[in-house]
Design a protein around this ligand. Structure first.
Ligand SMILES: Nc1ncnc2c1ncn2[C@@H]1O[C@H](COP(=O)(O)OP(=O)(O)O)[C@@H](O)[C@H]1O
Ligand SMILES: [Mg+2]
Length: 297
């Protein structure tokens, strides 16, 4: 099979892990930097060029699109899927998942529990809207942040208000959430591939920190999710239309709450923590899906 990995850097752990998994299974694999791709669009003809060479005869793509190139990355995925190439992430799914606000809207409307979230656009109503969330402590976060950057724990409404105002001033979209204190600086990440959870880890924030991201110094260990956690993670990925996803969940007093669903989950933390060959599982999925695609044509 001819597989293309869309990635800015072949040396990144996740990209490298996927390359090795593809090669081990006898596939031809190529890394293409999506930001160096150009597109030509004509009636019934959507061509992708990489350094002016047409990119043809691709069976499947595995996009690893970073948060700084979401929009153009989505356009590249769309061009491939328009040509019936299988993608582990469709462009609309990437766009839905990448924005924390839209992700929460899609999940909540389908009966998935999430931390109660408020979006404040009317500056005159900050105080009143903050009262929709109980408790003195609240979480304020950027809708497009990653790695825990732009996630702030506020101690009072006054404190929250000044942060919201500062974000508005620099034209950054933010949301306010109930602080799920009982999760105690830990969350679980479930990796969904196809219709299965293939690996799960618990991440624990370092001392004095509430964000459990490994990039923020958190530590991790393998865990077995409950049946309910598994089914919520699979349902969330399917609702967003993601065949591969990293679902972040808080274990709250009222059950699992989804924080976000990552469309390009990093593989280093999860493979290192659990010892599971997630890249290999992704490759098995690609084989099944791209093959089914092929037979349909
Ligand atoms: N509402 C919340 N209550 C408690 N902890 C939270 C809440 N939101 C985020 N966190 C903590 O902060 C971390 C980062 O938040 P997240 O929304 O996943 O942003 P990012 O995309 O930057 O990872 C989470 O993994 C979790 O540990
Ligand atoms: Mg996260």
């Amino acid at each position: 099979m001819n597989i293309v990995i869309l990635s800015r850097n072949a040396a990144l752990y996740s990209t490298d892990s996927l390359i090795r998994a593809a090669q081990n299974r006898g596939h031809h694999v190529r890394v293409i930097d999506h930001l160096m791709c150009d597109l030509v669009i004509e009636q019934n003809k959507l061509q992708i060029y990489y350094y002016n060479e047409p990119v043809d005869d691709v069976d499947a793509i595995i996009p690893r699109i970073g948060s700084s190139s979401t929009t153009y990355g989505a356009a590249i995925i769309r061009q491939f899927t328009a040509n019936k190439v299988y993608s582990t992430v469709r462009s609309d799914a990437l766009l839905k998942a990448r924005d924390k606000l839209s992700c929460l809207q899609y999940l909540a409307q389908k009966n998935i529990d999430v931390p109660k979230t408020v979006i404040i656009n009317n500056q005159l109503m900050i105080d009143e809207m903050l009262d929709h969330i109980e408790g003195e402590q609240k979480i304020v976060k950027l809708t497009s942040g990653t790695h825990g950057l732009g996630v702030i724990l506020t101690e009072s409404n006054q404190n929250a208000e000044s942060i919201i105002e500062a974000f508005q001033k620099v034209r950054q979209k933010s949301l306010i959430q109930e602080f799920v204190k009982e999760s105690d600086g830990s969350d679980i990440r479930l990796i969904v591939v196809g219709d299965k959870v293939v690996a799960t880890m618990c991440r624990q924030a370092k001392e004095g920190e509430f964000r459990s991201n490994l990039h923020r110094g958190g530590s991790s260990f393998a865990v077995t999710p409950t049946e309910n956690e598994r089914s919520v993670a699979i349902k969330a990925s399917q609702l967003l239309g993601l065949d591969v996803a990293g679902v972040d969940m808080l274990r709250s007093a009222r059950g699992p709450l989804i924080l976000e669903v990552n469309a390009s989950p990093g593989l280093e933390g999860i493979e290192g923590t659990t010892g599971i060959d997630v890249a290999g599982k992704i490759m098995q999925l690609v084989e099944r899906k791209a093959d089914a695609n092929w037979r349909k044509v």
